[in-house]
Design a protein around this ligand. Structure first.
Ligand SMILES: *Cc1c(COP(=O)(O)O)cnc(C)c1O
Length: 389
């Protein structure tokens, strides 16, 4: 099976992890700060806080932004559930903004309209999670402008987008947001097995996330309520979690970061090849914004259903049967039973639903060979023709 995504592990990665395994620190040592400094330096953010997953980092980000009961978090329905769940963890309510049919990202025009409506009803969001789907950046300038007008905070869920650029600058520098989150799950662009990171330029937000990542416990006297009893002393000043990344994970991350630019460059080569090889097929290939450089975590095609006699389901099943590990990103979050129980109407987000009925993610990862890619395309051609071979 050719999977849709796969990690790329080198001998240097293995050596880096083994070295930590034989060192004094398996957790809370020097590797996590080294990884944090490396990512912060690469993307141009002041602070980076590693966590045991992007989901944890999103939770920390929402808590640092003081999202709580009675507040609203808005995001796109076309994302992984974690982009929305982080709001629910904080006791906030979640709502969605439909996608732009060209970029598949949250649509800034619909956002503007929904904000105006929400303002009249006094239910403006406190936090907006902007997801750079497939690695393609959202229209951050427009979203940022709206945040100033309506007074909400912005988290960039850049789980798909490390190594990508928006208007010439690396995603993660938080120029248009309060916090940016990366994921290091193995299907993502660089991996630490499980892992995530939150980046920010704010002293206050970094300090909050740092505290809550480790039980709400501090050894910094400036955060304590009184003089320490002695050198052993720490205080729990808030209710936090254990969301720490291990040294083994950080060592893998440091080693992987050396190849980030190569990884993304290879993904771009593959995307260009797909664009050419699929040009005459009844599919819509991903649109790329001229002003941005996608991280290209995913390569999603949309079937032009009016031009084919088969269904998306048939095409998908036929590809899987032929050893092509395609996937669908994503099942719209508001259609999940847990969200349905909150009363969301399935057709409330028609662009998201239209996208969902047509989308297939083709294999896209740095180790995919040209030969394998040719095999994907040949199999797709047969599947689209409805051939049962
Ligand atoms: C993968 C992913 C996450 C969650 O990442 P984990 O590191 O697995 O917690 C969140 N948001 C998006 C958009 C993702 O793709």
């Amino acid at each position: 099976m050719i999977p849709y995504g796969k990690q790329d592990i080198s001998q240097a990665d293995i050596d880096a992890v083994l070295e930590v395994l034989q060192s004094d620190f398996l957790t809370q040592g020097p590797k996590v700060p080294e990884f944090e400094a490396m990512v912060a330096g690469h993307v141009g953010a002041k602070y980076a806080l590693a966590a045991n997953s992007a989901t944890s980092a999103l939770h920390l980000a929402c808590l640092a932004l003081e999202l709580g009961e009675g507040d609203w978090l808005w995001t796109t329905p076309i994302t992984f559930v974690a982009s929305a769940n982080c709001g629910l963890y904080c006791g906030a309510k979640v709502d969605f903004v439909d996608i732009d049919p060209q970029t598949y990202n949250l649509c800034p025009k619909q956002l503007a309209e929904k904000l105006e409506q929400a303002k009249q009803e006094s239910r403006l969001p406190k936090v907006l999670v902007a997801v750079h789907l497939c690695g393609q950046p959202c229209d951050m300038e427009a979203i940022h402008k709206l945040s100033l007008q309506y007074g909400f905070s912005i988290i960039e869920d850049a789980s798909h987008a490390i190594g990508g650029k928006y208007k010439g600058e690396f995603i993660g520098n938080c120029r248009y947001s309060d916090i940016t989150v990366f994921s290091f799950h193995p299907v993502k662009i660089v991996t630490t097995a499980e892992g995530g990171m939150a980046l920010t330029n704010s002293d206050k937000l970094a300090s909050r996330m740092n505290l809550l990542r480790s039980h709400g416990i501090t050894r910094a006297q400036s955060l304590m309520t009184r003089e320490p009893d002695g050198p052993w002393y720490y205080q729990q000043v808030d209710l936090g979690f254990n969301y720490r990344m291990t040294e083994l994970q950080a060592a893998l991350g440091v080693s992987q970061m050396d190849r980030l630019n190569d990884f993304v460059a290879r993904r771009h080569e593959l995307a260009r090849r797909y664009d050419q090889l699929l040009a005459d097929l009844p599919v819509t290939t991903p649109w790329q914004h001229a002003d941005s450089y996608s991280g290209l975590h995913l390569y999603v095609i949309r079937l032009q259903r009016e031009k084919i006699t088969t269904t998306r389901r048939q095409v998908f099943v036929s590809l899987r049967e032929q050893g092509i590990g395609v996937n669908v990103h994503y099942i719209p979050v508001h259609t999940q039973p847990y969200y349905q129980a909150m009363g969301f109407k399935v057709e409330a987000f028609p662009e998201a639903m239209a996208y969902y009925r047509e989308a297939i993610s083709l294999p896209m990862f740095q180790g995919l060979t040209d030969n394998q890619q040719d095999q994907v395309v040949a199999t797709l051609k047969l599947a689209l023709a409805g051939s049962e071979n």
